[in-house]
Design a protein around this ligand. Structure first.
Ligand SMILES: [Zn+2]
Length: 260
């Protein structure tokens, strides 16, 4: 019996190997499903060109924070479950031969929450971009702040924004790619201040999610609230690009920015 993937949007069934080979995009209705950071790196970077940076910087429980579980246990479980060392992977890579600094967030690691290590890895990456005079590209995916790190988590908004400001002052381009979902502190900091903001189709990109907004204002929201197709009409993003075309589009954009 073949292992099929059933699309929850259009109901079609696809051989799982074909679905994975299509970078987890339904070949019938184009719904974009979650992919992990390592698969994304394969998709965006030239083969064998990714050189991970700051991998030795890892989280620890400096507040001794426990909600239903200790934070240290949550970190351990997230690592085991996600095959990631943190909610972002950063490094140097080539895109069709052009060197870039690339960061890829992963919702699979504690909901892509922005703790101190996410901020510090992005700082490392933007400094790497400045030192090497290369473009910065960040794939965003986040539920927001990492509450287990308290105010330190919120400080990463100011930290990442000031890193990007230094990069911009150096005259280097920065492209952010919004993937589903990008909300909270990430949407309110580095995701939003790129020179070009690309979004995958139907990706949620907002500060507070629709459920929270609905509960707060006690009104119904448009069905496309916060989605790419509405955000582009409102000028919140610059372009909607299918996942399998993102590498080609980024390549064209960086060639324009770098005048090569
Ligand atoms: Zn489908």
């Amino acid at each position: 019996m073949t292992d099929n993937f059933k699309c929850d949007k259009c109901g079609s069934q696809t051989d799982r190997i074909d679905f994975t080979g299509n970078n987890n995009v339904c070949p019938v209705c184009n719904k974009h499903y979650y992919i992990d950071s390592w698969q994304r790196i394969k998709m965006i970077a030239d083969e064998g060109s990714f050189n991970e940076l700051a991998a030795n910087i890892g989280s620890f429980d400096f507040l001794g924070f426990t909600d239903t579980k200790p934070y240290s246990q949550r970190i351990k479980e997230a690592k085991e479950k996600s095959n990631m060392s943190e909610a972002v992977i950063v490094g140097g890579a080539k895109i069709n031969g052009i060197s870039c600094a690339i960061g890829i967030m992963d919702f699979g690691f504690m909901g892509g929450s922005m703790g101190s290590v996410v901020g510090e890895r992005i700082r490392n990456l933007s400094e790497y971009a400045i030192t090497n005079r290369i473009p910065l590209i960040l794939f965003c995916s986040s539920g927001g702040a990492r509450m287990q790190e308290g105010i330190i988590s919120l400080m990463q908004m100011a930290k990442t924004v000031s890193c990007i400001r230094r990069l911009k002052a150096s005259g280097l381009p920065y492209i952010s790619v919004i993937t589903n979902p990008t909300t909270g502190g990430v949407s309110a900091s580095f995701a939003t201040i790129a020179d070009i903001i690309i979004s995958e189709p139907e990706s949620l990109f907002c500060f507070a999610g629709p459920r929270v907004v609905r509960q707060t204002i006690k009104k119904d929201l448009p069905s496309d609230f916060g989605l790419a197709e509405r955000n582009i009409r409102n000028g919140q993003i610059d372009m909607i690009v299918n996942r399998n075309e993102i590498k080609g589009i980024i390549f064209r954009l960086i060639k324009i920015f770098l005048k090569v």
